[in-house]
Design a protein around this ligand. Structure first.
Ligand code: NAD
Length: 287
């Protein structure tokens, strides 16, 4: 029976460490500040943004949400980003995705100051993944690493298979595992015979958004299975992995909900603190 990797407990430990770190920073006169730009009134986005704002404040940081109408022009959105870039009190800036169709998302992400790019989506940061050393890794990817490290899962030399190659999760996660010396295979919707690859994985990360994609026959005995997927099936949240069957064969597995999800917002806070430290306490050599 697999060990259950409890994302809620790991996120709680991350938050506890962060609260202490933030208290110390404040004693040195550094008050980390996160700004979130929210365009439109999508209920799911509004709820994610509220939880980000709430957690930042709970941990002792400053948080501000800039709310813009769904029909805001791209020029106005870029102007708002410019204002935050120029504000020295702001350490971390993120634009909640998705943006309305009339706005060019790539142009907006590229307008964020790379040193304040807390989501790690700026082209400069993406280039740094390729070098294995971004200022911050995207939050879900960083959360996956936190789970693996805090659960003492070795990475070097392990065969890691990542299912999914999105810019938000799959691709940066593969880069991160490579940077930690795993042997990485990246699979995606055009991969022929997915099972052939997933069965080789010591560490299997699944981020496809397809409920039930990975069943017991797709997993190697004793593998560490990280299920990033979030799917709603019959009113219930499930991952991409058939948890009930895979749990009997894997060595360790994250549940959905309660696995990777709770780490994502916690890592946003950790990234904010890191950017605040880099910008205010180092002379830029670490950058
Ligand atoms: P996406 O749709 O942008 O990308 C999905 C990726 O999966 C693509 O690269 C695609 O090629 C691949 N894929 C799709 N079907 C496949 C198949 N049958 N076989 C192999 N590969 C396949 O999605 P995303 O933004 O990367 O998110 C993936 C999942 O992770 C979604 O369920 C999303 O809700 C979830 N998610 C969870 C968190 C979290 O905090 N837990 C964060 C972000 C995303």
């Amino acid at each position: 029976m697999a060990r259950i990797l409890d994302g809620k407990a790991i996120a709680a430990a991350v938050k506890q460490d962060l609260a202490m770190e933030i208290a110390q920073l404040r004693e040195c006169g550094v008050q980390p500040k996160l700004v979130v730009v929210l365009v439109g009134d999508d209920a799911a986005s509004a709820s994610y943004v509220r939880s980000k704002e709430r957690l930042a404040r709970e941990l002792g940081m400053e948080a501000e949400v800039i709310r813009l109408a769904a029909d805001v022009s791209e020029v106005e959105l870029l102007r708002q980003i410019e204002l935050q870039n120029a504000d020295d009190a702001v350490d971390a800036l993120l634009v909640q995705l998705p943006l309305p169709d009339h706005i060019d998302t790539d142009r907006v992400l590229a307008a964020v100051d790379p040193n304040k790019d807390v989501d790690g989506f700026h082209p400069q940061n993406i280039g740094r993944y390729a070098m294995g050393s971004p200022l911050v890794w995207p939050c879900t990817t960083a959360g996956i690493l936190e789970i693996l490290v805090r659960s003492s899962v070795p990475l070097a030399g392990q065969t890691a298979v990542v299912v999914g190659r999105s810019r938000i999760v799959g691709w940066p996660t593969a880069q991160l595992l490579l940077a930690h010396n795993a042997t990485v295979v990246q699979c995606h919707s055009r991969t022929k015979d997915l099972t052939e690859f997933t069965r080789q994985a010591d560490i299997l990360v699944v981020a496809a958004g397809q409920a039930g994609l990975i069943g017991v026959d797709d997993v190697r005995e004793g593998a560490v299975v990280i299920d990033v997927g979030i799917n709603r099936v019959d009113g219930r949240l499930v991952g991409d992995v058939d948890f009930d069957s895979v749990v009997a064969k894997a060595g360790a597995i994250t549940p959905v909900p309660g696995g990777v999800g709770p780490l994502t917002v916690a890592m946003l806070m950790k990234n904010t603190v890191r950017l605040a430290r880099l910008r205010r306490l180092t002379k830029g050599d670490e950058r």
